[in-house]
Design a protein around this ligand. Structure first.
Ligand code: ATP
Ligand code: MG
Length: 180
């Protein structure tokens, strides 16, 4: 399972639609300060359901929408699509690749799509659970994350191992069943 494609439009500094294809291997992104490298990783975090503007380096969710420059008007919508290879069927869905899309308007509401069909964030969370991808996954290691892991409480650290071991979905189902 790997990141195959990323499409960004109207998100942060990416006013125009851009598409990046990735191979199964290591990709480095290089560029001058302020050119948008971190905005790419922010877009990945965001499309996977990040709800905290602060962890996207903003103060409100609207800050992810291209705000305009001296020569360019702001846009009204941000959209990011991520395509993940699923040849191994690690995600429990019978497609060789899946595309997750998130869209947000200035009014605030987010829309999510799985392979172009509207869905809930919950559906995306369930699909990604135990894959290591996703908001709580260990596939995105940001600055300071290692320190956080080493200094966190034992119970918090345990969550990372549980995700890696693939048992989070069973715990979540148990918790949901107990609530009912
Ligand atoms: P560094 O090497 O310093 O880490 P970087 O390549 O990671 O830089 P980013 O932090 O990804 O750079 O990009 C910052 C740029 O994105 C800034 O110029 C900022 O103005 C622009 N930017 C962020 N949010 C928006 C927005 N909503 N609309 C327009 N531009 C934005
Ligand atoms: Mg950066």
């Amino acid at each position: 399972m790997y990141l195959k494609r990323l499409e960004i439009q109207g998100f942060k500094s990416f006013a125009d639609k851009i598409e990046m294809q990735y191979e199964n291997g290591i990709t480095g992104v290089v560029g001058p300060n302020g050119s948008g490298k971190s905005n790419i990783s922010d877009s990945i975090r965001w499309v996977l359901g990040e709800q905290s503007p602060k962890s996207l380096r903003g103060s409100k969710m609207e800050d992810v929408i291209f705000a305009g420059t001296a020569s360019r008007r702001p846009v009204g919508m941000a959209e990011v699509s991520i395509t993940l290879d699923n040849a191994s069927r690690k995600m429990p869905i019978d497609y060789g690749e899946i595309t997750i899309t998130r869209r947000v308007y200035r009014s605030g509401e987010s829309e999510y799509y799985l392979n172009k069909s509207a869905c809930r964030l919950k559906d995306i969370r369930e699909l990604l659970m135990d894959t290591g991808i996703g908001k709580e996954g260990y596939s995105i290691i940001g600055q300071g994350k290692i320190d956080e892991i080493l200094s966190s409480k034992a119970e918090d650290r345990r969550l990372i191992f549980e995700e890696a071991a693939g048992i989070i979905k069973y715990k979540t189902r148990r918790d949901e069943a107990e609530k009912k």
